[in-house]
Design a protein around this ligand. Structure first.
Ligand SMILES: Nc1nc(=O)c2c([nH]1)NC[C@@H]1CN(c3ccc(C(=O)N[C@@H](CCC(=O)O)C(=O)O)cc3)C=[N+]21
Length: 303
């Protein structure tokens, strides 16, 4: 490991998101037991899924499984595609005042006709474990404690563990979504990085990426980032996850980065699957534990 954020090229070290997420989940399970002993309260997470997108159903089921592994309670709300905005807002209103619920997540994207901004902001900011509402997003932008979106938080925990001190490093975030790119850029800025955000209108993103000690890619565009984008020895975090069909008819998960090229140039890199995905879920549990603490103990804090 190197504190400069780069190391000698050759074969990149694999960043083991799955192993890290497993250890994090075990630590959270310990926190859940301690919290129960103190307050006789078990943290509860409500996950709301509208419609039946098969990929979303897989993630939602995985979330419920991991929630139970951490000793938390999981409340699933599977709503039909035809759910109205009023019905969805009414459900969130009930979850907001339910003392058994400490975290609420509405799986995105929502079916057409439902307004994700209105829905996200209907969640009590104290229960907004996705950190996507204006209160938590604003807190992050101002450098105040709050709930940080799960995927960027997971990426940051990996970076802090595998790179160390990020101060002064050049970081580039490819993708400017509210879910990942923007909050990721805010977190890296807070850690002292010099941050560049590339988006759909960015000219020559490849040249900018080649300057980056840390490259976080979150576009959902598989194969976008080739070897030529990568500074030798850089740390590459691949947030993308797409299912592609192979010649033999089977499907495979791939990221936004051409892994076999990148791994010969990067210093360290996250695989897909087994990289950022499991960290997202572990951080959701971490945020739910944090929300339960603040709701029950009235403690401030956060990351
Ligand atoms: N409000 C909201 N918050 C989210 O955090 C959110 C969302 N909506 N909508 C969908 C995306 C996607 N997402 C993933 C979570 C875990 C894996 C994951 O565990 N992936 C495994 C593989 C899973 C598999 O085999 O399909 C891995 O990368 O190793 C992937 C993707 C969270 N999202």
């Amino acid at each position: 490991m190197s504190v400069s954020g780069t190391s000698t090229p050759g074969e990149a070290r694999l960043i083991d998101g799955k192993g890290f997420a497993n250890r994090l989940t075990q630590d959270i399970a310990e926190d859940v037991r301690t919290f129960y002993a103190r307050h006789q309260v078990t943290p509860g997470l409500a996950v709301v899924l509208v419609g039946n997108d098969p990929a979303s159903e897989v993630y939602v089921r995985n979330k419920a499984l991991q929630t139970h592994r951490a000793g938390m309670r999981s409340f699933m709300h599977m709503l039909p595609e035809t759910t109205s905005q009023e019905e969805l807002l009414a459900l969130i209103g009930r979850l907001n005042v339910d003392p058994e619920i400490h975290g609420i997540l509405v799986q995105l994207p929502l079916p057409g006709g439902l307004d994700p901004v209105a829905v996200t902001n209907a969640i009590d900011p104290r229960k907004d474990v996705d950190g996507l509402g204006v209160v938590n997003a604003g807190r992050l932008a101002l450098g105040l404690p709050g709930i940080v979106p799960c995927t960027p938080l997971g990426c940051l925990l990996l970076l802090k563990s595998y790179v160390g001190d990020l101060r002064g490093l050049n970081a580039m975030v490819v993708g400017a979504s509210n879910l990942v790119g923007r909050p990721m850029a805010q977190l890296l800025l807070r850690e002292g990085c010099t941050v560049t955000v590339a988006h759909i209108d960015t000219r020559n993103p490849q040249a900018l990426a080649r300057q980056a000690d840390i490259l976080v890619v979150a576009t959902g565009c598989s194969g976008l980032v080739t070897g030529e984008w990568i500074k030798p020895g850089a740390t590459v975090i691949d947030v993308g996850i797409s299912r592609v069909r192979l010649d033999n008819g089977k499907t495979r998960l791939v990221g936004d980065v051409v892994f076999d090229e990148a791994r010969r140039i990067a210093g360290q890199i996250t695989p897909v699957p087994g990289g950022v995905g499991p960290m997202t879920i572990a951080c959701l549990l971490r945020n739910t534990m944090q929300a339960a603490r603040e709701l029950v103990e009235g403690a401030g804090g956060g990351v």
